[in-house]
Design a protein around this ligand. Structure first.
Ligand code: NAD
Length: 487
């Protein structure tokens, strides 16, 4: 059977590359190649820049309310095609249908809708300075690059294009080479909605294509989602032409469960924050610190629910709530971390092995895994694993657990479970993380800024402030009287 071949999406249509080079994309739940994609060669790269220049000229000349109206049409199409797009995400990522059907497209559409609404509300300032005055304009940056990770491909493309386009920029987006189709679908939807050709372009490929984007002097900004190590390379390369950067990177986030917490709720949060999207979520609370007074109760309930309530299998089956990891390589990496945890003395409470469910026997599954008896200096407690692997630790002192939670170079997210409101706020204010939850975990509405402290990131996505990251301020001084000159 022949599989489809997708070309790059440039200037409003698919464009064939000249080298003929392609890469294959596999369904992680079946290990089968589902389609091929053409790599953006030099011809495509040059065409993408020319296209984005033209797109920018047309789009930035429109009024914000015109742009808003068009983006809202794209939002409506995204919602209409929810199921078709959710299926693309399931086949590309291996995540369960029951998640993609209500989260991936929905949260992507929400963000475009949010920024479409804000676009006409962006205003400059005006101030008198004596008889003269100045005013400011919020102008778009020009061509912005977006580089995406593979865990939420369509959502990431929406989160980056929403504010960029609302502010009047053109975008060249490179999805992850593991999951390239969602961004193509979004590009088609933008055209259908009336976004002018060239405003949103999709280039395909791996690191080399990403490097080209970060180094290209015609591009004013790079918004990157991916690993910390890649983020450092992207930032170093972007420095060559002093591009603005937004960095959404990895995490090793703590969840603190105090002894007055609703333990069942805390277990729900811990399971959501480790097993949702089979553990491939940047904000996951992979270090769970439980107060010694509720520790036994917490791990007893966690073990029972993990062993009884998780259904792995064909991700398109609506009953399945644990999907396949993105690749064989990643599955091996996650299993390697589990071995390391055992070697370094942690105790497996449950899980720990690869899984081969009857409905998806060739998929890259890993059992939901919980380690107890963990120590802060173990590899599984220090490094991001990006799979369904939870480490549980004990604490009995508030100051001590805050210090332990903060003892990491990462700072993406954190959570606290307690019924004591003063304790909750006192602790959360001391945690070094950009995204925090109290008696909740993982929710990320369009209105709320998200991003990391320390090496987890730079800048923010979502929330009002993100529009500022896609505009630059022009100050205009207006003289109202004769110039006093010594010359
Ligand atoms: P990755 O860093 O391997 O790749 C991300 C993207 O960068 C891909 O599109 C890849 O092709 C591209 N790339 C690779 N090398 C490059 C280079 N030298 N220059 C430019 N681009 C390059 O990350 P991944 O494995 O796709 O995603 C998983 C990681 O993403 C995890 O660390 C996770 O925590 C992080 N993540 C963070 C967030 C967030 O919002 N903070 C969200 C999702 C994922």
């Amino acid at each position: 059977m022949t599989t489809p071949v997708y070309e790059n999406f440039i200037n409003g249509h698919f464009l064939k590359n000249q080298t003929g080079d392609t890469f294959a994309v596999k369904n992680p739940a079946t290990d089968e190649v589902i389609y091929h994609v053409e790599i953006a060669d030099e011809f495509i790269q040059n065409a993408a820049i020319e296209s984005a220049k033209q797109g920018f000229a047309a789009w930035s000349a429109m009024t914000p309310i015109e742009r808003s109206r068009i983006l809202l049409k794209a939002v409506a199409i995204l919602r209409e095609r929810n199921d078709e797009l959710a299926k693309v995400e399931v086949l590309d990522t291996g995540k369960p249908w029951q998640e993609a059907e209500c989260v991936d497209v929905e949260t992507g559409a929400d963000v475009i809708e949010y920024f479409a609404g804000l676009a006409p509300a962006q205003v400059g300032q005006q101030q008198m300075v004596g008889n003269d005055f100045y005013y400011t304009r919020k102008e778009p940056l020009g061509i912005c690059a977006g580089i995406g990770a593979w865990n939420y491909p369509l959502q990431i493309a929406c989160w980056k294009s929403g504010p960029a386009l609302a502010a009047g920029n053109a975008v060249i987006f490179k999805p992850s080479e593991e999951t390239p189709l969602g961004a193509i679908k979004l590009a088609e939807i933008f055209i259908e909605a009336g976004v002018p050709a060239g405003v949103f372009n999709v280039v395909q490929g791996a690191a080399e294509v990403g490097q080209w984007l970060t180094a290209n002097p015609n591009i004013e900004k790079v918004s990157f989602t991916g690993e910390v190590g890649t983020g450092k390379k992207v930032m170093a390369s972007a420095a060559g032409s002093l591009k603005d950067v937004t960095m959404e990177l990895g995490g090793k986030s703590p969840l603190l469960v105090f002894d007055d917490a609703d333990v069942s709720q805390a277990v729900s949060a811990a399971m959501l924050g480790n097993f949702y999207t089979q553990g491939e979520i940047c904000t996951n609370c992979t270090r769970i610190y439980v107060h010694k007074n509720v520790y036994q109760q917490f791990i007893d309930e966690l073990k029972t629910r993990t062993e009884q309530n998780i259904i792995a299998g064909d991700p398109m089956d609506p009953e399945v709530n644990l999907g396949a990891l993105i690749s064989k390589k990643h599955q091996e990496l996650v299993l390697g971390y589990i071995d390391k945890g055992i070697q370094e003395g942690a105790t497996l409470l449950t899980g720990g092995k690869a899984l081969s469910p009857a409905s998806a026997p060739n998929g890259y599954f890993v059992e939901p895994t919980v380690f107890v008896d963990c120590k802060d200096d173990m590899t599984i407690v220090k490094e991001e694993i990006f799979g369904p692997v939870m480490s549980v630790l004990v604490f009995d002192d508030e100051d001590d657990v805050i210090q332990r939670a903060n003892d990491t170079h990462l700072g993406l997210a954190a959570g606290v479970f307690t019924k004591d409101i003063q304790l909750a706020h006192r602790v959360i204010h001391q945690l070094q993380a950009g995204i925090c939850w109290i008696n909740s975990y993982g929710n990320s509405p369009a209105e709320m800024p998200v991003g990391g402290y320390k090496q987890s990131g730079i800048g923010r996505e979502n929330g009002i402030e993100t529009l500022d990251h896609y505009t630059q301020t022009k100050s205009i001084y207006v003289g109202m009287s004769n110039i006093e000159s010594p010359f």
